[in-house]
Design a protein around this ligand. Structure first.
Ligand code: PLP
Length: 218
């Protein structure tokens, strides 16, 4: 599918759900993609991209930034505290705040750097042991804990279990966000972004549907 196709599908879902056009933002997930493919999407005028590794992103985006302005970069993969500073300097958004230690580090660095990316808390809606994210039952407490550190929480993010109906997870995420007065919902990938927009996603993270299959999985 082309970028344009995906964008029009998103707009169609927004319209069906009576949502303003553009209220669901398309994050083009460029991890592991060859630079030519990424550049082709930049040339189409798209500026919003997602990466899941800090190191990989550092090797790619500072160069693109010299040529393309107004980049809006989203970290969508797990963040180690020792990479938090680099992440905060490169990304405008971090979707994977998932534990107090990381929140603490981000809060301290935000003071020091005088800036902070937009922050999303990752919720492990499927309660999968191998997956990152705060457990749903701990989410309300963690939101308050982050806010008590003076962090502004934009919203919540989830990655539903591969074999389950994603809409159940999207609905759960929306419910947790609503009761915590959070407006951002980062949910939906190549296979389910339309469902996510129908259920209120403000950010969909779409990789392979735009760029084609990744050469390898990471
Ligand atoms: C890779 C990735 C995506 C994009 O996945 P596709 O199925 O290629 O659209 C979305 N979210 C996260 C967290 C990812 O790591």
């Amino acid at each position: 599918m082309s970028l344009q196709d995906i964008q029009s599908r998103i707009h169609a879902e927004e319209e069906k759900a009576d949502r303003p056009k553009g209220s669901a933002k398309l994050i083009a997930v460029s991890k592991v993609q060859p630079n030519e493919r990424v550049e082709a999407v930049l040339e189409e005028g798209h500026r919003c991209f997602g990466e899941n590794r800090v190191q990989e992103a550092i090797g790619k985006w500072p160069d693109f930034a010299t040529k393309y302005s107004d980049l809006d970069l989203h970290l969508i993969g797990p963040l180690q505290t020792n990479k938090a500073r680099q992440a905060m300097e490169l990304f405008q958004n971090i979707h994977t705040v998932d534990r107090p230690k990381l929140a603490n580090t981000i809060a301290r660095l935000a003071q020091e750097l005088g800036q902070c990316p937009k922050l999303f808390i990752q919720v492990n809606t499927g309660e999968e042991p191998q997956k990152a994210g705060i457990m749903p039952r701990d989410a309300d407490g963690f939101v308050r804990e982050c806010q008590a550190m003076d962090l502004v929480i934009e919203g919540l993010m989830c990655i539903p279990p591969a074999e389950e109906e994603p809409s159940l997870h999207f609905s759960l995420l929306r419910k947790i966000a609503a009761r915590n007065d959070l407006s951002g919902l980062s949910m939906g990938m190549s296979g389910d972004f339309e469902t996510a927009v129908a259920l209120g996603a403000t950010h969909v993270r779409v990789g392979s549907a735009i760029f084609g299959a990744r050469a390898y999985e990471i």
